[in-house]
Design a protein around this ligand. Structure first.
Ligand code: SF4
Length: 380
């Protein structure tokens, strides 16, 4: 039985709201993108572009990095990549900058120039501990906003302002207000993959690692979860709290299917499959373990499987493989087109020009920070 006294059949404890059900007009309100810093301030800060040549000095400076990356980057490519890595690492010192790299960044970024790597929340928390003046967020736009929300005094740059996310873009602050009107008194949990404006309108944030814990911490019979339909379904399968979900999906994780996973298992005897909770529930049922990107990395570290398949964005397999040469990674590759927008040349430009600065309205930032800090306090 559920807390409401109704039978706890999962069909009755999950409702999915289509965005059109709540919108009064068909026009899709756009979440405004924060903008690139321009004008004289940017020009004053501009630095000379270094020569990008594979000199002996560059070769020497990047030798240890290539040693680490040689299993995923062919030697013939290195003379093109190494000058960027050397230039970016030099510029970080000049700018007193740190680079945060999400687990889905390509290995040249993840292992070549990042100071911190992890999931979006780990990155923002790490940044809050540094003395750096500048944070370069190598990830997508909502992650840069989260870094700014938690580090309002620092300059936060994103190398490509168009690096978006299908989940973050599926919902606006106006949609959340409409949900509040439709379901008065029902608490709203937002997945971290949303804009600052959406976080500001919600009661509490969650990550894929703590979504169940956050939902149950609210002591409510019904909870609204936005925007990831699959994460909400996966939580609904583990709780008696009635979940009202938003019809948002990750365009990368929704492409995995249960038959696809079964065919990999048949082809590779003993294969371990670990999946991200943004995948559909039938995919998670096929997996040996489900967890956030950081949870998946820890699982590989602890279990040391002979053969493993990470059912998530495929750059992550390359990044984890670099650190686990004894584990064979089977890669059912789906790349995130938004994450792929972040490249070494764009990171270099960001640091040279102090370009693509992320701003969040201070009032919205304060409200959004409350949602994030509330999550941190209930999941300590
Ligand atoms: S992988 Fe999915 S959730 Fe992550 S940024 Fe890309 S679209 Fe968004």
């Amino acid at each position: 039985m559920s807390r409401t006294g109704k039978p706890a059949g999962k069909d009755e404890t999950l409702t999915i709201i289509e965005s059109q059900q709540l919108r009064k007009s068909s026009a899709r309100p756009k979440t405004p993108k924060t903008h690139e810093m321009g004008g004289t301030a940017a020009l004053k800060d501009k630095l000379e572009r270094p020569e990008l040549v594979f000199t002996d000095e560059v070769k020497h400076k990047t030798a240890a990095i290539y040693e680490q990356l040689k299993s995923v980057i062919v030697e013939a490519e290195w003379p093109k990549i190494a000058p960027y890595i050397a230039a970016i690492n030099d510029l970080k010192a000049v700018r007193n900058a740190v680079i945060l790299a999400h687990n889905y960044m390509t290995p040249d970024i993840f292992h070549g120039v990042a100071d911190f790597s992890g999931d979006s929340l780990q990155l923002a928390k790490q940044a809050a501990k540094t003395d750096a003046d500048v944070i370069v967020q190598c990830g997508v736009h909502f992650m840069a906003e989260t870094a700014k929300i938690l580090n309002p005094e620092k300059t936060v740059l994103i190398p490509d302002m168009e690096a978006g996310c299908s989940l973050a873009e599926s919902i606006t602050a106006e949609d959340v207000q409409a949900l509040r009107e439709a379901y008065p008194g029902v608490p709203i949990v937002t997945y971290v993959n949303t804009s600052a404006a959406v976080k500001a309108q919600c009661d509490i944030c969650c990550t894929s690692a703590n979504a169940l814990q956050v939902v149950e911490s609210l002591n409510a019979d019904r909870v609204i979860m936005v925007p990831d339909k699959y994460l909400a379904q996966n939580v609904a399968a583990q709780t008696e709290v009635e979940i009202i979900a938003w019809e948002g999906r990750c365009e990368v994780h929704e492409r995995f299917t249960a038959p696809q996973l079964r065919s990999f298992r048949e082809a590779v005897p003993g294969l371990k499959i670990i999946a991200h909770p943004e995948c559909p529930p039938e995919v998670l049922k096929e997996a040996d373990f489900a967890g956030s990107t950081s949870g998946m990395i820890k699982w590989v570290e602890n279990m040391k499987p002979e053969n493993v398949m990470l059912v998530t964005e495929c750059s992550m397999s390359d990044n984890v493989a670099v650190e686990h040469p004894d584990v064979k990674f089977i890669r059912p590759c789906h790349l995130c087109p938004h994450m792929q927008r972040i490249t070494l040349p764009k990171i270099l430009d960001s640091l040279l020009m102090m370009g693509k600065e992320v701003h969040v309205d201070p009032e919205i930032a304060a409200q959004a920070r409350r949602s994030v800090e509330r999550m941190i306090s209930v999941t300590k």
